[in-house]
Design a binder for this molecule. Structure first.
Ligand SMILES: NC(=O)C1=CN([C@@H]2O[C@H](COP(=O)(O)OP(=O)(O)OC[C@H]3O[C@@H](n4cnc5c(N)ncnc54)[C@H](OP(=O)(O)O)[C@@H]3O)[C@@H](O)[C@H]2O)[C@@H](O)CC1
Ligand SMILES: Nc1ncnc2c1ncn2[C@@H]1O[C@H](COP(=O)(O)OP(=O)(O)O)[C@@H](O)[C@H]1O
Ligand SMILES: [K+]
Length: 509
């Protein structure tokens, strides 16, 4: 299954290019799409009394007409509900002409819980809020208790944003074509789709080169070749040295959690840089992770240079304020002159709430050329709002687009966390992560993620790939553990997840 995600506009372009190049013309693609829907219904719901097909005015409705015809030919009792006529000359009009079933109005739509509903009202062509006569039909479908199979997208769901335009179908199964759309993966869309299956309807993959999608599902295929594995020539500093900044004596746990996570992600050496007052408490809890007293940004920079530090993480438990901003700015200057990965999380983000431009200017100076450093920001929604209030409040802007614009503005890779974490780079690439479990919503879980990313960056992994891989590894570890997960469990789960990745090297998942 391809990892590119296409916006509805890009999908329309894929359809157009496919029709121009062949081997399938528009009606044939529609035949393939509708027959995939019919096939799924016949295999999943063999006992259904009646299948109600809700058909809209565009080609999504056309897929519905094809499915209706094939189901009727298979002996199913099919009722097609439609208002208005497809556009003259459209593929949908052709599919309607071939169907030869009576057209019922929406008023006659009265499904029983033992029936099946096919939602072919709107797909990629949804452009505005749903109103009458479609909204009441969607409401009735959702309330019926009958399983709903959505064609391409649940009607009312924006394939571009994952947001609902007024009201949307809540599907049990969504059958979509060629490539997933962001709306299948971003919430609330992901919930509305139910199970999503992707069907090959004969669109040749080479149309992707013309479309140039820069949005991906974050699966190992996207970043696996960049995962750093040690070889016989490796020594500990060749595997990177991570510095993790600790907070004061009552806020040291976050840094240690991140530090051990960086080590588990493969960094050869990890040091906790601690203020004087917290050195003793840190020393009591560290074994393989080293400890260095560090009270000023100058000391931090000197240590980083002396000890060949290749990445740093600051923010978790560090404390919000001017002291934090000074450390961040000093580290950003360091990263501007050498290959050095800087991860900013939690307090390092919040500390710039009143002057985000100071941070963005410092990160811009890092640049993204080979041999220079890079920065990764890992905000949850609340932290994101502090740095990018206008993007957070922009109505109708998808999580994908918010992260992408934030990356462009901040000159950093932005990891916008949540159940559908988005990873975006300043160059326009973006990925949506899909393997998270809600059990990850536990204190300290974000510190582990930031540590993993710092650990991968320290080993020279490029920032976008390191961030995407870090999010996936973190989520996979959480998903494998399940109920009862606490953040302390996560680092110890990484070896098995990494081993699985290494063993599956070369296969795609
Ligand atoms: N040959 C092909 O190209 C293939 C296409 N395929 C299928 O086609 C689907 C895309 O088809 P599509 O582009 O016709 O869009 P579709 O989702 O049917 O809706 C457009 C219609 O809805 C209307 N409309 C929009 N919003 C509305 C609202 N809120 N409330 C009311 N009306 C609204 C809009 O009206 P208008 O804006 O023009 O006034 C227009 O009439 C795609 O999802 C896939 O299923 C596959 O078969 C593969 C081959
Ligand atoms: N409902 C959820 N489903 C899946 N993952 C989640 C959910 N809520 C949070 N997460 C993940 O858990 C982590 C929490 O990080 P964060 O909010 O920084 O917490 P903390 O500061 O307590 O460590 C992030 O990686 C986030 O993506
Ligand atoms: K639909």
């Amino acid at each position: 299954m391809g990892i590119e995600l296409l916006s509805p506009a890009q999908m329309a372009e894929a359809d157009r290019l496919a029709i121009t190049r062949g081997p399938f013309d528009g009606p044939a693609l529609m035949q393939n799409a509708g027959s995939a829907v019919a096939r799924e219904i016949l295999s999943r719901y063999p006992q259904a009394q009646t299948v109600h097909v809700l058909a809209g005015p565009g080609n999504n409705g056309g897929d519905g007409f094809v499915a209706a015809r094939l189901l009727a030919e298979a002996g199913v009792d099919v009722r097609v509900h439609c208002e208005g006529h497809p556009r003259p000359g459209s593929d949908a009009e052709g599919a309607l002409a071939e169907m030869r079933l009576p057209l019922l109005g929406f008023d006659a739509f009265a499904p029983q819980a033992s029936d099946v509903i096919v939602d072919a009202l709107f797909g990629a062509g949804l452009v505005r809020e749903i109103g009458a006569p479609h909204a009441p039909v969607i409401e009735r479908a959702n309330a019926s208790g009958a399983p709903i199979v959505a064609v391409d997208l649940p009607s009312g769901l924006s394939g571009e944003t994952g947001l609902v335009l007024g009201i949307a179908i809540r599907a049990d199964l969504t059958v979509t074509f060629f490539r997933l759309k962001p709306g299948h993966l971003l919430y609330p869309g992901r919930d509305l789709c139910g199970e999503t299956i992707l069907v090959d309807i004969g669109i040749p993959a080479d149309v992707l080169a013309d479309i140039g999608s820069r949005t991906f599902r974050s699966v190992p295929e996207l970043w696996r070749t960049h995962i750093p594995w040690p070889d016989s020539g490796s020594h500990k500093y060749a595997r990177g040295h991570v510095g993790v900044f600790s907070g004061g004596p009552s806020a040291t746990g976050a840094a240690r959690l991140a530090a051990i996570s960086a080590a588990r992600a493969g960094a050869g050496a990890v040091t906790v840089l601690s203020p004087r007052q917290a050195v003793q408490v840190n020393a009591m809890h560290l074994t393989s992770v080293m400890l260095k007293r560090t009270d000023t940004p100058e000391e931090a920079v000197m240590f980083a240079a002396d000890r060949k530090m290749t990445s740093a993480l600051i923010g978790p438990g560090f404390g919000v304020g001017e002291r934090c901003t000074e450390f961040v700015l000093a580290l950003a200057r360091l990263a501007a002159g050498r290959p050095f990965g800087l991860v900013l999380d939690a307090d390092a983000i919040t500390s710039f709430e009143n002057a985000p431009h100071r941070l963005f200017e410092a990160l811009a100076a890092i640049g993204s050329e080979t041999g220079r450093g890079c920065a990764v920001l890992t905000p949850h929604e609340g932290e994101f709002r502090r740095l990018f209030p206008d993007l957070a409040d922009a109505a109708g802007l998808s999580k994908l687009e918010r992260a992408r614009r934030a990356a462009e503005r901040s000159h950093a890779v932005v990891v916008l966390k949540g159940p559908d974490t988005v990873i975006a780079a300043a160059d326009g690439r973006a990925a949506i992560n899909t393997n998270a479990t809600p059990f990850l919503a536990t204190a300290g879980s974000g510190d582990v993620l930031a540590g993993i990313v710092a650990g991968l960056l320290a080993q020279g992994m490029p920032a976008f790939e390191a961030a995407a891989a870090g999010v996936w590894l973190h989520a996979e570890a959480g998903a494998r553990f399940g109920p009862g997960l606490i953040a302390e469990d996560l680092p110890g789960l990484l070896p098995a997840v990494l081993a699985g990745l290494r063993d599956s090297q070369g296969s795609s998942s």
